[in-house]
Write a protein that binds this ligand. Sequence first.
Ligand code: ADP
Ligand code: ZN
Length: 432
Amino acid sequence: MKYWQEEETYSLEQKRAVQTERLIKTVNRVYENVPFYHEKMKELGIEPGDIKSIDDLSKLPFTNKQDLRDHYPYGLFAVPMEEVVRIHASSGTTGQPTVVGYTKNDIEMWQNMMARCYTAYGLTKKDIIQVAYGYGLFTGGLGAHYGSEYLGATTVPISGGNTKKQIQLLQEFGSTAIACTPSYALYIGESMKNMGIDPRSTNLRVGIFGAEPWTDEMRETIESTFGIEAMNIYGLSEIMGPGVAFDCQHKHGLHINDDHFVPEIINPDTTELMPNGEEGELVFTCITKEALPLLRYRTHDVTKLYTKPCACGRTLTRMGRITGRSDDMLIIRGVNVFPSQIESIILKVAEAAPHYVLIVDRINNLDTLEVWVEAKEGLFTDAIKSLERVEKHITNELFSLLGLHVRVRLVEPRTIERSEGKAKRIIDKRQK
Ligand code: ADP
Ligand code: ZN
């Protein structure tokens, strides 16, 4: 089966018609049922009748994470609680968690979106999917789980962590796919090698990796470690959870399920729409959700949209990899730095292992950035000279990419903390 649903290949006109109809419905519903949106629209001097087509999207108010926090926990829900069948909360990477809710129809839609992703990855009901995202309030585990069952695949609900058990199940249950963060996949691969098990020796053929930024270099590393296809999945709890966007087999940008979540790219400083194809902050409007249909939700994720059709035949808009969250962007002596830029350099250096952390500090009123990278096994037994040579090489590469002098320190293998969920790449020592 090539696609899960025919909507994935709608013509542009068909899609616009569907988006328009759904947007109008949603705007009416939130105007009636969510006091926050009623007020916001009044402030902007607009009424539901002013929204006549999808082109009117930019007339609508934005929603920020803070708005969800201000209405904690259920204040932005558009249905009575008796309609809500599930609650999740964002993992709180950047502060107090936000609470999200789903009706029965919302859960069904989510399952469909996940099944679209799995189908695009080449998975079917014949597969055995090991779900190693955390189960619980985090959307990753249950999102991947319900989607996998809906697809009809055999679902292994092991959750995150317990790495030895993960490896044992990979071997004994014959899992053909694993869903986890890319950083956890690396950790599993490394642990297998330490246990004397070849990570290429299992039945795995597909990885379903997301929930954190990662680079194409990381994709190559994971693919060659396990001998699998490493597929990207994107999502956020405020919009739904995993399954908002996904790689197809061409791996050339992620397809956004834009018949449900309409994307826009804005300039984060002015909130104006960016010209087509330019990078900026990703904004989503939910046009089919019942419990929490957010309008123009500011994700703080930085990317760009591609408008050209994809060779896979899907007409779903594509977005580039997330370069990072704007919250994760470091401004070091006036230069914008994303951890992913540093990752892409480190992973090209043969002597460096794919484990790193960025240490930010302020010394004499100047921001400083240090990059700690693990050396591959064996390098530390070599002469000090070779360590210095590798450090210097990385420093130079970073300088030519960023125009910034960054201090690079090679550290001994296995000294940087491994992650079983979202990796923490930045240690910020500055007083806030
Ligand atoms: P939190 O905001 O607390 O981390 P979520 O679990 O909802 O809560 O995380 C959503 C965020 O995770 C996204 O906004 C994005 O920054 C990041 N993310 C999710 N999937 C990907 C991906 N495939 N690539 C890059 N970043 C991702
Ligand atoms: Zn495609």
